[in-house]
Ligand binder design. Structure first.
Ligand SMILES: [Zn+2]
Length: 458
């Protein structure tokens, strides 16, 4: 099976050039000017950009939140991903309390198999650091998981103290893997929550007071110090505020291997949404910030102190789920949909607004996550031998984001009514068209499990 994509402008993280791409057996076989070979299918990409399929490195497609089932499963969320140009997801496989990492990996592979529309890899989300769990890490690396995540806002038995964190970092580094963190100080969050509850301030507009930027900055600084001691590279998932960026930048200026990921909602939505009558739709962790933080995040994206933009897709319904948080924000599950909108939003607000180049867009949504999580150059770029995952992107398309257009099963989108410029026109996975003009063209189970290899970054 061969496919020839003609007359497009290829954009990778490194280059922009006009060329044709010949795909054979799902991989890029040849790139060149005016390839005139015979192919089973010829796609004319005149006027389109040809981008590597996007890699979403932060999704929760198979997880409950406080016992509540998300609106999406792997099939529906990855169909939304495909329509939006994302051809690979890296989902968080969650260790059950008392369970093994091996069991978590098997459980999540089971959720993806026969269900995922796009290719999928996993991070392992560790809920308790103990010698048994740490001892499993090398075997998990051999099994194709090279990133291990801990939350610093856990509570009770799940609270990770400094000594545990040091051992975790040393163990992950020793296995040649990367440590990922959710950096908010859980002790201070609980203290803030107790005070807010005592004062009767549980309405959704008080959510930012439970998790202020300082809580994120403190945990970020703590993780950076301990990682420096362990000489371990770290990846901070869900960086939301200027205070945390300041700590990341200082560490990077010293030469420490600290990598930061943010999400479109921290760049495009602000905490004034919590004042809206339906403010509970925007409950997420960390919470949305006042809009000036987004300016700092954009500058850090441009300067190279933020490395990746992921969706943190965790879709719930407003009816029956998010609405529970209206008068008490702790009762609502946190998170919302975003897997479909990520690439278009970053193109529109980033490239369209002159904040980043098209190459930097590819770096943020595709190349960097593929590199750090051990999927490059199979994913994240278009070179001979890479998987033929592509977005044929129309940079001029005008789209208004609405729930009606979203493939996620969630009954709302946090981006309702937002106009974006630039959208995927056609999406290919391993040479096969999987989405066309916002319509899915393939079925559940088309995706494959991707074993990650050790990161090529320090
Ligand atoms: Zn998350």
């Amino acid at each position: 099976m061969t496919t020839l994509i003609k007359n497009g402008t290829i954009i990778t993280a490194a280059d922009t050039y006009r060329a044709d791409i010949l795909v054979k057996n799902g991989r890029v076989f040849e790139i060149g000017r005016e390839i005139s070979k015979i192919a089973n299918e010829i796609i004319d990409a005149t006027g389109k950009w040809v981008l590597p399929g996007a890699v979403d490195a932060h999704t929760h497609l198979g997880a409950l939140c406080d016992g509540m089932a998300p609106a999406d499963d792997f099939a529906s969320a990855t169909a939304a991903a495909a329509v939006g140009g994302t051809t690979t997801v890296i989902d968080y496989a969650e260790q059950a309390p008392g369970g093994t990492l091996a069991a978590a990996l098997e459980e999540w592979k089971g959720k993806g198999a026969g269900s995922s529309v796009v290719d999928y890899a996993f991070h392992l989300a560790i809920c308790e650091v103990n010698p048994g769990v740490l001892g499993e890490i090398p075997a998990m690396v051999d099994a194709g998981v090279t990133s291990f995540h801990v939350r610093l806002d856990g509570c009770g038995e799940r609270y990770i103290n400094d000594g545990d964190l040091l051992e975790f970092f040393e163990c992950v580094r020793g296995a040649g893997a990367i440590a990922c963190l959710h950096a908010e100080n859980g002790e201070i969050v609980r203290s803030c929550l107790r005070r807010l509850r005592a004062e009767g301030k549980t309405a959704v507009r008080y959510l930012p007071l439970a998790r202020p930027p300082e809580v994120e900055a403190q945990a970020t600084a703590r993780a950076i110090s301990i990682a420096e001691m362990a000489r371990a590279p770290i990846y901070l998932s869900g960086v939301s505020c200027a205070h945390a960026i300041e700590r990341v930048k200082a560490a990077r200026d010293r030469g420490q291997a600290v990598y930061a990921e943010t999400s479109p909602h921290f760049l495009l939505l602000a905490s004034d949404r919590y004042e809206d009558p339906d403010g509970e739709k925007y409950i997420c962790i960390p919470p949305l910030r006042p809009s000036w933080h987004a300016d700092v995040l954009w500058k850090a994206i441009a300067s190279g102190d933020v490395h990746a933009v992921a969706s943190n897709h965790r879709a719930f319904d407003h009816a029956g789920q998010k609405e529970l948080g209206r008068d008490d924000f702790t009762r609502a599950p946190h998170g919302f949909a975003g897997i479909q909108e990520r690439v278009s939003l970053m193109h529109s607000a980033g490239v369209g607004a002159g904040k980043i180049s098209p190459n930097r867009l590819v770096e943020l949504v595709s190349a960097f996550p593929a590199r750090i999580f051990g999927l490059f150059p199979r994913k994240g770029t278009l070179s001979v031998g890479s998987d033929a995952d592509m977005i044929l992107f129309d940079p001029e398309a005008e789209v208004t984001l609405t729930q009606a257009k979203s493939v996620s099963r969630s009954d709302y989108t946090p981006y309702e009514g937002m106009s974006v410029r630039g959208a995927p026109w056609m999406v290919l996975q391993r040479g096969k068209v999987i989405a066309r003009k916002h319509k899915i063209m393939t079925g559940a189970g088309a995706g494959e499990f991707l074993p990650s290899v050790r990161s090529s970054l320090p």
